[in-house]
Design a protein around this ligand. Structure first.
Ligand code: OAD
Length: 458
């Protein structure tokens, strides 16, 4: 073979090698990538095995099993309510946990820790996915449990907990939804894959919801425009007084006269006050709603005097009721303040029938709220003028609205409770509630006359 031929042969061979090298190189690169994916998927499944510990299985059970889930839902709410919010000495703030024996209370806390660890695992997986270290289908297999629960329509408090403590997940979910909102089939977190409805949210227009099952939760803010101070807002009681010195059983035992002096001063202020437009608006709403209940944390009688006494629960008691510490005789305080505060029956010491910080809720009153909730989901929950300090209040609101009801907060200030709301009105209650009824619910205030029985106390 001549040199020229050789040259041609080697040129042809070099060309063949070049032509083959590109796809060959690509193939080798692709094999390396696939193996790398396989290796990292393996790492991922090893990780999940590690996380597949008994604890994680228990956390998954807690999320899968509705009944079990209820034990931690209040803790999830509590964790969000108290996240970074300085709280005065608040007692075991959930009546359920309050009544549970210490061990059960601990278990509930431990359950929350398990769920937290379980979610932390998925934040970790987010990182792996964001780094494109593993193919999506492998991640989907790993996410199968968590996704199903993140999107469970009833898991409002889990959503809020994740928003509060797992911004990575929240951001990633938001990006994922935005990126693929137009092409759901491409969305990684497409709830339909897990058989869940899409995002929860009010199923009825507000006008219709206001005529359905309505639950109202009020705090001291609803009485503020009647001239009664709140507790924690500007000028509130707990701004210049120590709750432990005035609103505990212990304080009463140590210095009953001081505690009575404070309650008499509050009684006087309430007698001089009158229900405001927000109280009256609730009476109008009560007449339109199919089912209606106001649960107030307030001990004043402004709701009664506005006419909603028959659909009202005083979860923290009533300031004008009192009972004997000796014979437990109950009575309504006389109009003319009786500063002796001794029982007319046995001379024992009378105390105001209110719930103090170191006391349990009145189970009969609590039972009334629970039975209202057990009759079915509420179409509308209004949370008016409360910082949501006590998680049983937030629990009732979140549980009441469920995944299909309106949950509207009326409060000039943001509260830890706000993330649970799907409607927020940053206005004063008396100024705005009548307008909310009129323009969004088609309920005219008209002439509101409270029933005779509710006539003013003074
Ligand atoms: P707070 O004083 O904690 O909260 C009052 C809320 O009402 C604040 O969020 C204010 O922003 C808001 N607010 C003020 N003016 C308002 C207005 N005009 N319209 C609407 N909102 C307004 O009082 P509560 O949340 O009620 O318990 O406190 C809950 C419980 O803590 C009380 O029942 C009492 C207290 O310690 C016990 O004593 C057991």
């Amino acid at each position: 073979m001549s040199l020229a031929d050789w040259k041609t042969v080697t040129e042809v061979a070099a060309n063949v090698v070049t032509v083959l090298a590109i796809p060959g190189g690509l193939w080798a690169w692709w094999r390396w990538l696939a193996e790398r994916h396989d290796r990292s998927t393996e790492v991922l499944f090893k990780l999940e095995e590690r996380f597949e510990s008994a604890d994680n299985r228990k956390a998954r059970k807690l999320l899968e099993n509705g009944a079990l889930y209820r034990t931690i839902r209040v803790r999830l709410i509590e964790a969000v309510l108290f996240a970074g919010v300085a709280r005065e000495a608040v007692p075991a703030s959930t009546s359920a946990a309050r009544r549970a024996p210490a061990s059960e209370g601990e278990n509930i806390l431990r359950d929350l820790e398990l769920v937290d660890c379980f979610l932390r695992f998925y934040v970790f997986l987010c990182g792996i996915r964001a780094a494109k270290q593993v193919p999506d289908n492998s991640l989907r297999i790993c996410y199968r449990y968590w996704l199903a629960h993140y999107y469970h329509p009833g898991r409002i408090e889990l959503h809020v907990y994740i928003n509060e403590y797992f911004p990575t997940l929240r951001r990633w979910l938001k990006e994922d939804r935005e990126k693929h909102s137009k092409k759901p089939e491409q969305s990684f977190f497409n709830p339909k894959q897990f058989g869940w409805k899409s995002e929860p949210g009010p199923q009825k227009p507000l006008r219709e919801a206001a005529r359905g099952r309505v639950l109202v939760l009020t705090g001291s803010g609803i009485s503020a425009e009647s001239g009664i101070p709140t507790f924690r807002g500007q000028g509130g009681y707990w701004r210049d007084k120590n709750p432990q010195k005035l609103a505990t059983r212990k304080a009463f035992h140590e210095n009953a006269p001081l505690v009575w002096e404070w309650y008499e001063e509050r009684r006087k202020r309430i007698r001089e006050a009158h229900p405001n437009a927000a109280h009256h608006a609730l009476l109008r709403l009560a007449t339109e709603a199919k089912d209606f209940l106001v649960v107030t944390q307030n001990v004043d009688d402004l709701h009664e005097r506005a006419g909603t006494a028959d659909k009202l629960v005083h979860i923290h008691g009533k300031i004008f009721d009192e009972r004997c510490m000796k014979c437990n005789q109950h009575r309504v305080a006389p109009l003319k303040p009786d500063t002796s505060h001794t029982c007319p029956e046995c001379d024992g010491l009378l105390r105001p029938s209110v719930v103090w910080f170191d006391e349990d809720l009145d189970t009969a009153e609590e039972r009334r709220v629970e039975s209202f909730l057990e009759q079915g989901p509420c179409d509308l929950v209004l949370v008016i003028g409360t910082t949501g300090t006590f998680s049983y209040v937030a629990d009732w609101a979140v549980r009441g609205a469920g995944s299909t009801g309106w949950l509207i907060e009326i409060n000039p200030e943001e509260t830890p409770f706000t993330p649970f709301a799907n409607g927020v009105v940053r206005r004063k209650a008396a100024e705005f509630l009548p307008r909310l009824l009129k323009y969004r619910m088609g309920i005219e205030m008209g002439k509101v006359t409270a029933p005779a029985s509710a006539q003013a106390r003074n």
